[in-house]
Design a binder for this molecule. Structure first.
Ligand code: 6GU
Length: 254
């Protein structure tokens, strides 16, 4: 996959090459990350990239001309690229979208700064606007790096162990089960006995149930449109019954 990032701060993206899986994916040519400085497409002695908003208000808006120049330049080099603008107004990025984007051969990521970018850029030159969450960042660069990280690790061969991408949080639609490594006892807390049993069927079942409970406690919303197996239903019904028995025991009978 090739990712072309359009930004006013190209040097920020060197952070992806400091270490870890994305650095490895770059070194093994599974992904190439190219940056284009939007300021290179700005005209005039000051190479101005922002201006005051029409209609007034605080803050500055990124001018359309340098952005359009940079996007057209990137599209010329990468004709089939899917073009995304990173903005807090965009579609919420999630693991499903990361998986879809991992199928693209080429992506162009446009990073906004200041109060935003001239809206005609999004309408005219972008395929989709993307947000990484309901909070406001000072620019799209960190969001673009989040997208590159989440998509990059899904590229074939990027993770040493292919299974990890299939088992991690969200690929099953549930939160991941708790993980432990040595020592067996740490500061008074022990690894659950089941994980030491060597019974792989029982361990698989324990992990699935731990995922269900964790998801129910932390992100019940995820369970609402999640296909559950008959075994999941049996487990949750048993839990439900046990909770009811406990509550009955403690309820004051009047
Ligand atoms: Cl993509 N950009 C900015 N500036 N803020 C954000 C964001 C993007 N996603 C969440 N907050």
């Amino acid at each position: 996959m090739n990712v072309t990032v359009l930004t006013l701060f190209p040097e920020m993206f060197s952070a992806l090459l400091v270490g870890g899986i994305i650095k490895r994916a770059v070194e093994s040519n599974r992904i190439s990350i190219e940056t284009i400085d939007i300021r290179d497409f700005a005209k005039g002695p000051h190479r101005t990239v922002d201006d005051r908003p029409y209609g007034g208000g605080s803050g500055m808006v990124m001018k359309p001309e340098p952005l359009a120049g940079a996007i057209r330049h990137a599209k010329q080099s990468h004709p089939g690229a899917f073009t995304l603008v990173l903005t807090p107004q965009g579609r919420l990025f999630d693991h499903g979208l990361a998986r879809e984007l991992a199928r693209c051969a080429e992506l162009i990521l446009v990073c906004g700064r200041y109060e935003g970018i001239d809206d005609r850029i999004c309408q005219d030159l972008a395929d989709e606007e993307l947000s990484i969450g309901d909070y406001v960042l000072t620019g799209g660069e960190l969001a673009a790096m989040v997208v590159i990280d989440a998509v990059g690790r899904l590229l074939p061969g990027a993770l040493g162990n292919e299974q990890s991408a299939q088992e991690d949080s969200f690929s099953t639609g549930l939160l991941e089960y708790p993980q432990y490594t040595r020592p067996r006892s740490f500061e008074g807390f022990d690894v659950p006995d089941m994980l030491l049993s060597g019974n792989h069927g029982a361990i698989r079942q324990w992990r699935r149930q731990a995922s269900l409970v964790r998801t129910f406690l932390e992100r019940p919303d995820l369970l609402l449109d999640q296909p559950l197996t008959p075994e999941d239903i049996v487990f949750l019904e048993r839990l439900h019954r046990d909770i009811e028995i406990t509550l009955d025991r403690h309820s004051t009978t009047s």
